[in-house]
Ligand binder design. Sequence first.
Ligand SMILES: Cc1cc2nc3c(=O)[nH]c(=O)nc-3n(C[C@H](O)[C@H](O)[C@H](O)COP(=O)(O)OP(=O)(O)OC[C@H]3O[C@@H](n4cnc5c(N)ncnc54)[C@H](O)[C@@H]3O)c2cc1C
Length: 598
Amino acid sequence: MKILVMIKQVPDTATQVKVSSDPKAIDTAGITWIVSPYDEFAVEEALRIKEKRGQGEVVAVTLGPERAKEALRSCLAMGVDRAVHLNDPTWEQADTLLTARALAAVIKQEQAALALFGRQAIDDDMGAVGAAVAELLGWPCASWIMEESVDEAGKTIRVGRQVEGGLEIFDLPLPAAVSAQKGLNEPRYPTLKGIMGAKKKEIKDVKAADLGLPGFRGARPVRGQARSAPAAAAGTHHSRRPRGGGQGPREGPSRRRQSNLTLLGDDNDMAGAIWCVVEDDRQGNPKKVMAEVLGEASRLASPLTGQAEAVWLTDKATEAGIKQLGEWGAKRVLLVENAGLAPYRGEVWAPVLAELVQKESPQAVFGAVTTRQREVMARLAARLGAGLAADVVALAVEDGKLVATRPVYAGKLLSKMTWAKTPWLATLRPNVFKPAEAQSGAAAAVDKPAATVPAPAMSLVERREESSTGLPELAEAEIVVSGGRGLKGPENFVILESLAKVLGAAVGASRAAVDAGWRPHRFQIGQTGRTISPKLYLGFGISGAIQHLAGMRTSKVICAINKDPEAPIFKIADFGIVGDLFEVAPALEQEFKKLLEK
Ligand SMILES: Cc1cc2nc3c(=O)[nH]c(=O)nc-3n(C[C@H](O)[C@H](O)[C@H](O)COP(=O)(O)OP(=O)(O)OC[C@H]3O[C@@H](n4cnc5c(N)ncnc54)[C@H](O)[C@@H]3O)c2cc1C
């Protein structure tokens, strides 16, 4: 069984990342390069599959400049058999789609049975390549897997993919693509023997022509791409975060400094609606995040002349749900109701969405940053050859063009991007955009367009629901109470849960608390955990390491409670309490109770 693992070389998380004199690139001087941490989980899992089966081959693949060979050497030292380096100047400006096309071509050429990816690369944080490759290959795909096993015959992989509220266990016929989430395994350290052996293993240089792919260097930027590769792509530029170095007031996305943007292409078609893909609770009710997505679409609709519309793919819509979408600003609901649409499978949803887009030519398609929409929007982008801006924190119309702002390098920088042509695809981070105020009585027209729902290759085995805490979902919560190593033990999280109940908040944790086994990984906030943007973040006994900040720095108000006045978290906090959390948390709970009772 041949397994290909796609890896990317990225700056070390602790490295300071600065914009270079070219605002579309970073200054690479002094950067320490590493294999993106999620990719290490993918490498480890590939090696475990091979070891368990007692046969097979594991090949690491990367696309990048000459220095990316170091990353391949690290994988070879871990035990990977050989490596492929997509090393051609033609890919210097490769964005998500070009990268996906190159990787898909290698996977095809190598006739791999399984393609493993990391959940996302920690430089551009797009998290789109794995799903895009699967779409290009016509393969089933499961993102954010926490467990897997390949059957004895090597025909099927059973995976547990992390979704909001639990884990979904799926069987995927091979060949298939999966992306690794933290918690899947603990990557091994290379042994001395492994490091020495790696020097003798093959790293094959592959050019675009070897894969039968065209180059684009020196040509016009490829149309239909959001320029997304942070260090190189035209149309993307970075602006320094005003705070994070710890100085000056913290600023929300809309208040950050940004330089001029290079606009791409000349398409400026102003017609067409802004579509919002509905995220629902699987019971026929749109989730609260839809108020934000529809609110933003409606705000943009008038300068762009289209109207906000909802596209709902579901096995069961409700009248109440349709009414809710209308009240949140959808002028029309395109409803595709079909039993084959549940449970969510990207291989089924993407063709349906693409068919609708091709029929109706919307100007933009927006989704929310949820586990399923992140994946399906990447598949849709690949299927349409369109540009995707993932995890967007601001949208603006500049000269008739939509410009998206998104955090990169763990939120240390902001990147601006625009699209060469419609449809403009974007996923919006929850809790960042102003939600639509429900307009009582506003009704959406309902259309039920015909669409072909393909038969799925992957099948649901079971859904493991998390035991309900009665608290809101972490990524969607307006208030998050978070605990770190300062909690001293798992039993003390009840203190935070009690406070959270009073506030209607979700409870999160730092990696130190998760690694200690005090909280399950799905509650981890940070670079290798969840990204949250609540209205209020309360951090108890958390020092404020850069990787933790990566997951919560876009919170509107940050309040830190720490007994160490020098704790770095105070540098980004709007409010700080220097004190013992075991005294402060119960005192805050009492005060909030009194205030909320009033
Ligand atoms: C590749 C990589 C990825 C990472 N990803 C993440 C990530 O996603 N999320 C994440 O959180 N971290 C991540 N980390 C780890 C990160 O670097 C820190 O180690 C971690 O965030 C520290 O957790 P902490 O703040 O809970 O613990 P510590 O740094 O140990 O801080 C504990 C804090 O509690 C305070 N304290 C102790 N007792 C009390 C008390 N009684 N009252 C009040 N305060 C008290 C202390 O003063 C201290 O500031 C990552 C690291 C790496 C290398």
